[in-house]
Design a protein around this ligand. Structure first.
Ligand SMILES: Cc1cc2nc3c(=O)[nH]c(=O)nc-3n(C[C@H](O)[C@H](O)[C@H](O)COP(=O)(O)O)c2cc1C
Length: 162
């Protein structure tokens, strides 16, 4: 499998998109999890949101994947305070993406992923990766069926990477 999809998801929306991408492109799928899983609630917005704002990383569990086997890596995160989630910061920080094409993708409540994309692009480049595309999917008041359909549509642009 040339393609890898790595993602973090707190409430399942980014997971759904990641599963669709992996299905369409016959890619390996890896979930990033935190050593101290968060519970959705006001505290996540305060603590998690603030951590994202200041580009913090969080402690993540080790993943069992040989990145050398994959030429293209999709990296998925929810948008947290216009930035990637801390768990994704950790994954990017600890990984050397030299020679890899990276396609970040987001799910978010609103419509604007520009700031999050600029932020994650800088981090990916710092880890030697080349951003070769991106997309973002709105999740608020959008059914899972519709999210999956939009993910399928967005993935169509990357058919060639299989
Ligand atoms: C801490 C926190 C901060 C968020 N900040 C934003 C934001 O700045 N912009 C936005 O559009 N959505 C924001 N959201 C909404 C999530 O991006 C959205 O619900 C996303 O689809 C959740 O993905 P997940 O189900 O994979 O966790 C935030 C959610 C949380 C929990």
């Amino acid at each position: 499998m040339k393609v890898l999809v790595v993602y973090y998801s707190l409430t399942g929306k980014t997971r759904l998109v990641a599963q669709v991408i992996a299905g369409v492109l016959n890619a390996a799928l890896v979930e990033i999890t935190e050593t101290k899983p968060r519970k959705m609630g006001p505290l996540v917005y305060l603590v998690g949101g603030f951590a994202a704002t200041i580009n913090r990383r969080s402690k993540i569990n080790p993943i069992d994947v040989d990145l050398k086997q994959h030429e293209t890596i999709f990296i998925g995160s929810p948008v947290w305070n216009s930035r990637p989630a801390p768990a994704i910061n950790s994954f990017i920080y600890q990984t050397n993406f030299e020679g890899r094409s990276i396609i970040p993708f987001f799910t978010m409540a609103g419509d604007n992923s520009e700031k999050a994309l600029a932020n994650i692009t800088a981090k990916i480049e710092k880890s030697q990766g080349k951003v070769a595309g991106s997309f973002a999917i709105k999740s608020h008041r959008v059914s899972d069926e519709e999210i999956a359909a939009r993910a399928k549509e967005a993935t169509r642009n990357y058919r060639g990477v299989e």
